[in-house]
Design a protein around this ligand. Structure first.
Ligand SMILES: [Zn+2]
Length: 147
């Protein structure tokens, strides 16, 4: 897909959305967030939606930068919005990812952050064109830990 230029200002959204029930509702929230992605370099628009253990739903989209290393992933943006909304005790129950691509498993950095806030979470992401649901230990079997 050709890179897409932002027509207007876009940013990660930390706005709490109406909590929706079920994985399909969470995927819809992730899809809506992906529509707000700022991805002029990769053309890969990604949205993530976190449902917290308390039932809150928070979304994020990827926000790229001309200095590539400054790019921030949808998953981490959604998780950080959830922490901002609920505080440091926030825990992830489910995290759903939508992308305009057949496959979009979380990157290594996001896996570590998902593990920090959701060791028991379910993670839903597109893999070869289908929604795949896996556990965090499957996603990151040996996380980094401060001992
Ligand atoms: Zn990532």
């Amino acid at each position: 897909m050709a890179p897409r230029r932002a027509a207007h200002s876009r940013e990660a959204t930390g706005a709490q959305e109406e909590p929706r029930r079920g994985a399909s509702g969470l995927l819809q929230a992730a899809r809506a967030a992906a529509e707000r992605a700022y991805a002029p370099y990769s053309g890969m628009n990604i949205g993530a939606a976190v449902r917290t253990v308390k039932g809150g739903v928070y979304t994020g989209c990827n926000v790229e930068n001309a200095s590539y290393g400054l790019t921030s992933c949808a998953e981490r943006n959604a998780i950080f919005a959830a922490v901002a909304g609920e505080g440091p005790a926030m825990r992830i129950a489910e995290l759903a990812i939508h992308a305009n691509a057949n496959s979009a498993p979380p990157c290594g950095a996001c896996r570590q952050v998902i593990r920090e806030f959701g060791p028991e979470a379910k993670v839903i992401f597109p893999l070869d064109g289908e929604a795949r649901t896996i556990t965090v230990p499957e996603l990151l079997p040996l996380p980094f830990r401060l001992s």
